[in-house]
Design a protein around this ligand. Structure first.
Ligand SMILES: NC(=O)c1ccc[n+]([C@@H]2O[C@H](COP(=O)([O-])OP(=O)(O)OC[C@H]3O[C@@H](n4cnc5c(N)ncnc54)[C@H](OP(=O)(O)O)[C@@H]3O)[C@@H](O)[C@H]2O)c1
Length: 291
């Protein structure tokens, strides 16, 4: 990965942090994106000491804000003439329904809209850097997800896991539609389930980080380094050059749920997401709908 520039969201902890570390060890120049400067800087400083000749830098952005996403993309463009790998890894499961500054439900915004909008904003750079890869961290729980087309923001009915499953199904639908729209551009898009991994995500949702962490540990769920393996493979494996629109698990390529493979739902989610963009997209790649 020497000479390759990679961006990882949610790099302050868990799978994202280990993904950033793995890429630096492979010699890449890695932009870690974190919402909290001190947690992000702690991760960056630790990862920068890894052997392998890579570099780690930090950009701070709260992915729940569309304005912050625009500023993040602008900062990336300003500092990097090339971007070869974009990894959408950040996610959150708030226990109570939360609303973002843009008026969207938090999980829908961070887990789905942020990958959608950031991709659109960085696509011109990715295209100019082709061959380039977009990697979306979904989850096997996509198979339990349903898109509530009439209540996408969970205004009428919010359950933390219902919104999470919806957002993870959205990750897969988005990846497939994106891959279709990127055909022939030299930019690929794939998504993955990383395994069931001992990280903050579930502990934060259950509300007792330490106790749940100890339990997961005792149950011997693999740690974040194991969880980063599939993401690292999709980001770097030469055998996957040109492979696009696929779903992977730690064991290898797999079939995602029938709901995720519905082309009508893929197109519909794209259109609805576009309508939910609240910021000007002047610099974004239009990716016009394919007739
Ligand atoms: N762990 C599992 O078993 C599992 C299974 C399937 C899929 N996944 C997926 O794996 C990915 C990584 O999750 P993880 O398990 O590694 O959990 P994690 O340790 O909680 O990591 C999530 C990351 O997202 C960041 N984040 C959350 N909200 C953000 C925001 N508004 N702006 C910027 N960053 C934000 C967090 O930042 P802070 O450090 O500031 O909180 C953290 O770095 C997620 O997409 C998750 O859905 C995980």
């Amino acid at each position: 990965m020497r000479g390759r520039v990679c961006l990882v969201t949610g790099a302050s902890s868990g799978i994202g942090r280990e993904t950033a570390r793995g890429l630096v060890r492979m010699g890449a120049r890695v932009i870690l994106v974190a919402r909290d400067r001190s947690r992000g800087e702690a991760a960056r400083a630790e990862i920068a000491r890894e052997p392998g000749g890579g570099q780690a830098e930090l950009l701070v952005a709260d992915l729940s804000s569309q304005r912050a996403l625009v500023e993040l993309a602008a900062a990336v463009r300003r500092t990097h003439p090339r971007l070869h790998v974009l990894i959408h890894n950040a996610a959150i499961i708030p226990r109570q329904r939360e609303v973002t500054v843009d008026g969207l439900e938090m999980q829908f915004a961070v887990n789905h809209m942020a990958p959608f909008l950031l991709t659109r904003l960085l696509l011109p750079l990715l295209r100019a850097s082709a061959p380039a890869r977009i990697v979306v961290t979904a989850s096997q729980v996509e198979a339990r997800g349903q898109i509530a087309w009439e209540d996408l923001q969970s205004e009428r009915n919010y359950t933390p896991l219902g919104a999470y499953f919806q957002s993870k199904l959205a990750n897969v639908l988005f990846t497939y539609e994106l891959a279709r729209r990127l055909t022939g551009t030299g930019v690929t898009a794939n998504c993955l389930h990383p395994g069931v991994i001992d990280t903050n995500l579930l502990c934060d949702y259950l509300g007792q980080r330490r106790a749940v962490g100890r339990l997961l540990n005792r149950l011997r769920y693999p740690g974040p380094a194991e969880g980063a393996r599939t993401t690292l493979r999709l980001a770097s494996d030469p055998a996957l050059e040109g492979v696009s629109g696929r779903y992977f698990r730690p064991e290898g390529e797999a079939l995602s749920s029938p709901a995720s493979r519905d082309p009508q739902a893929q197109r519909r989610l794209w259109q609805v997401s576009e309508e939910l963009i609240r910021v000007p997209l002047d610099l974004a790649d239009p990716l016009d709908p394919i007739a």
